[in-house]
Design a protein around this ligand. Sequence first.
Ligand SMILES: [Zn+2]
Length: 189
Amino acid sequence: MVLYKPATFIDCPHYDDRPCASGECSDNVDLLVIHNISLPPSQFGTSGIRDLFTGKLNPDAHPFYKTIAGLRVSAHCVIYRTGKIEQFVPFDKRAWHAGLSCFQGRSSCNDFSIGIELEGTDTLPYTDVQYDALTLLSEFIINRYPRISLGRIVGHNDIAPGRKTDPGVAFDWARYRTSLRRVLKQGKP
Ligand SMILES: [Zn+2]
């Protein structure tokens, strides 16, 4: 069970085994997908994301919840506006975050990717502590799964174009890549 120690682990039923094509299934991870989510939409600090991922979203708690309650979805980690991280699915397991998706000709990206959700919207700037937390989490993931090169970190919009827009124009890819490059370099002797 591959976990990120600084995160709080939350038991989640929405995952399964990665497919085992070559016998190295769980190490066959070579893509990192960045998402955003907020529940209700544009509201932060609620239990909505956790409730959705754990299958406990109350459809009567908000009109929007009626449209998504019952969805069986998850991501490996959620980074909240406060920088706090919750992990819902061990990285060696398959989380259900990408949906219909394709990266460089390979479909079903859930099979070989890790999904990180930022609590946010497409247009509202993410917080400084979210970038900090995302950078350190990404460093951990890349060290554990070195086939995830910088070019294999994408947005949900990149693997599901026309269907998904997250993490949106608000996500500062240049800032993220610069700080990630910096910590990766520091980690080397
Ligand atoms: Zn997404």
